[in-house]
Write a protein that binds this ligand. Sequence first.
Ligand code: FMN
Length: 379
Amino acid sequence: MSRLFERVKVRDVEMRNRTVVSPMCMYSAVDGKLTDFHLAHLGRFAMGGAGLIFVEATGVSEEGRITHGDSGLWNDEQMEPLKRIVALLKSMGATPGIQLAHAGRKASCHRPWEGDGPILESDKKPGEDPWQTYSSSAIPWADGWHTPKAMDEKDMEKVRNDFLAAAKRALACGFEVVEMHNAHGYLLQSYLSPIANQRNDQYGGSLENRMRFPLSVAKVLRDFWPKEKPMFVRISSVDGIEGGFTIEEAVTYAKELKKLGVDVIDCSSGGQPGKMNLRSALGYQVPFSREIKHGADIKTMAVGFIIDAHQANKIVEEESADFIALAREALNDPQWFFHAEQELGQAPEGNPYEEWPVQSAFWLEKRKKTLDRLTAAVN
Ligand SMILES: Cc1cc2nc3c(=O)[nH]c(=O)nc-3n(C[C@H](O)[C@H](O)[C@H](O)COP(=O)(O)O)c2cc1C
């Protein structure tokens, strides 16, 4: 029995295995509303055996989106397609989660395939105006980017209320897991990172001060989110830049999140501008997950170039993470999860397709028997 494919329970939510589809913006929503594309996109992972499936970064407010194509949950109309997605994922045995987000100073951008970067008056598409962005300090993410407003107490209160309102809608949609997006240079990470955060009030300077606002958002979310259901927080474990947020700070932050009742730290990295000293390699963020898991004594999720079943299982067996998230590899093979189970020799004896949707399993089993017979005849 592989650790990767054992059932796992966090609070009262039981997941069929430890695999996760990482949140992935598709930049294809219409006025924040997901479409049939998203239903098919996420549904294929559920049909492929994933344990927990996150809906992409979902803006808690209009100004909190990265692009005009982002998912949102700032009004009730945005709930209908999410309810359909939740129902589909559950019907296929997967656990539905949603990542709630505010893009901060990286908001008001073009979709990646439409040029990325900030929307300018000179290059905006009809009906797709740029908007005022927000951050801890009034420093643009890069030259030529929008200058964000440095948030005051009122702005921070609005963000807390927006996260709460979005979480209420997410719960009403039937989501089992909520994740607070606190990574990648977006709003909440712009407080943690000393590169983005140049404040000299009680929200800037020392780590205690830099943690204050994101912790206050986490508290509002955790206090609301039902005690039977898990809450994850995705962090950038390090900025990976000289003078940036460090792994030691991440461990301290994780300890504070744990005190609030956060269940799992989703260990990503990066997102601030500057020369990164992080080298992309297979499983390159796993050491962060390991350090946070043991340093803060909390469950973690590892992500980043995890592509192989044995690699994924080893990460769990070595106690470097409790969950394994895939993004691009899941796009590459939406049935990665069932395939991985077979590769680890854990698929049901006799019929390795038993857990697949019967509509496929029936034919695949027949196909396998025929292939086995044909191969034996050739040999
Ligand atoms: C198309 C795409 C969209 C992404 N959108 C999000 C997102 O909405 N929220 C987030 O936290 N990370 C996002 N990421 C990062 C992934 O969740 C993941 O952390 C990263 O791609 C590394 O995992 P991988 O090597 O398995 O792709 C995105 C990545 C991709 C490729």
